[in-house]
Design a protein around this ligand. Structure first.
Ligand code: GRF
Length: 444
């Protein structure tokens, strides 16, 4: 991250974004970022021998260690009030005329005279960086990969709802409808997040202060102040079930109501006829069978196929076991390091392990005469119920309880504790103590 100061005159450029992203593969969507600053020019010239001198010596082309391309101009920005800043962001386009129409209408700006049939330059307004659209060679597609970015333009908050309505009316994509984000100690900021015809994400944000901020290009972008739910990509969850799937349903509802900033992108089961699979199928969520069932009536996946399907086809960020009865093979555990959770209906390490599942757990709890039981969310390793404990909830056991009364009381707690733990993981609020114990931090 560079450049952090008063928001009235400063910008933040974030080139990494950790939540739910494991690999930063650069696509060809962002072409370059231009910085206009004599001071930056001099320092790049002094310190980066690989920088390439262009335009008769007035510009340096430099690649960041991650491959992002920057153009540094030997002139201070003409953006009012800002001596050295990002003055332009260049995006690649597959159909320049189409993109030009889209962005001109959106930003209310006509193409500058320097535009040609290979590139269009638009000036969104005072205090904002220019946008350059560059035509890709014929037949080339825009690839966003996993390090895709989002740029932000500032405009009066009152205009945002109209921008959203116009985008919808024009048949364009609205990724996040109008939302107001409260930032403690500051005025709240309103945003609408859109995608252009090539899928370039962009955020139209209300002015936070009197002076508009620059356009902010960033990879897996967020604004300077908050990694808020509306601004980061939703994580992709895969849930494993073997039974009714009430925990899966609780997770699904939490994704829908925004408590978990994620989507359930697939459901896996060893029992294709179970309630959880029926529920998923009804919602149109893709379902997979693992392992290959003994009955020839159903086909299923090998572990290699499952890993590939989750990683490549479904691009899963996290795997959540919710009543899945089979042991998770090592290959799958290793494919999702620190990213796979299970919920168990007891206070582990008590009443867990191979064969201790379902009503057997609660029968054992009642028979043992323990006064308290509960539920545990833990990371998954290659054994039953033995991974690092992430969260626990305690439930009383009364002297007259039957095992089914205990089961009901525990399950009720599971339905709120599992979504809470998953939200913490997805939000990046889980840190690891040096001795390997994961700790949840409460959202500020
Ligand atoms: C839950 O009690 C969970 O703790 C255990 O299996 C049960 C699944 O119930 N791992 P459901 O299918 O989510 O209703």
């Amino acid at each position: 991250m560079i450049g952090y100061g008063d928001e009235a005159t400063n910008f933040v450029l974030e080139l990494t974004y950790n939540y739910g992203v494991k690999q930063y593969l650069l696509g060809n969507d962002l072409n370059r970022i231009t910085i206009s600053s004599k001071a930056v020019f001099e320092s790049v010239q002094r310190q980066v021998p690989q920088a390439e001198l262009l335009e008769g010596g007035g510009a340096l082309r430099v690649l960041s260690p991650d491959g992002y391309q920057f153009l540094v101009l030997d002139q201070d920005s003409s953006i009012k009030g800002q001596a050295g800043t990002i003055s332009e962001v260049a995006l690649n386009a597959t159909d320049l005329p189409r993109s030009t129409v889209y962005w001109s209408q959106l930003l209310g700006s006509s193409p500058q005279a320097s535009s040609s049939d290979r590139e269009t330059v638009l000036s969104p307004g005072e205090g904002q960086a220019a946008l350059r659209l560059l035509q890709l060679p014929a037949g080339a597609a825009v690839h966003h990969e996993t390090a895709f970015g989002r740029i932000a333009f500032s405009r009066p908050g009152a205009e945002l709802k109209r921008v959203e309505a116009d985008s919808l009316a024009g048949g364009h994509t609205v990724l996040t409808p109008f939302v107001s984000l409260d930032t403690p100690g500051k005025a709240s900021v309103q945003v609408v997040i859109l995608a252009d015809p090539d899928g370039h994400e962009q955020q139209q944000a209300s002015h936070r202060s009197r002076v508009a901020t620059s356009a902010v290009p960033h990879s897996h972008a967020c604004t300077p102040s908050a990694h808020s739910g509306a601004e980061r990509p939703r994580a992709r969850l895969v849930v494993f079930v073997s039974g009714g799937g009430s925990n899966f349903k609780a997770l699904h509802v939490a994704c829908l109501d925004g408590s978990i900033h994620a989507d359930i992108v697939a459901v896996v089961s060893d029992i294709p006829s179970c309630g959880g699979i029926a529920y998923a199928a009804n919602l149109g969520i893709p379902t997979l069978t693992y392992p290959i069932p003994k009955s020839k009536a159903f086909s299923g996946l090998t572990v290699e196929q499952l890993v590939e399907s989750l990683q490549v086809t479904h691009k899963a960020d996290y795997v959540l076991l919710a009543g899945f009865l089979k042991l998770i093979p090592l290959a799958l555990v290793q494919a999702f390091p620190r990213s796979m959770l299970n919920i168990h209906p007891a206070l582990l390490p008590a009443f867990g392990g191979k064969g201790c599942y379902g009503e057997k757990v609660h029968k054992a709890v009642v028979a043992a005469g323990v006064r308290y039981t509960g539920a545990t969310v833990h990371f998954v390793d290659e054994e039953f119920d033995s991974g690092a404990i992430l969260a626990q909830r305690v439930v009383p056991v009364f002297p007259t309880d039957t095992y089914s009364q205990v089961a009901k009381r525990v399950l009720k707690q599971e339905h709120s504790m599992y979504p809470e733990a998953v939200a913490a993981l997805v939000d990046g609020r889980v840190t690891w103590r040096a001795d390997g114990v994961p700790i949840i931090w409460t959202a500020a």
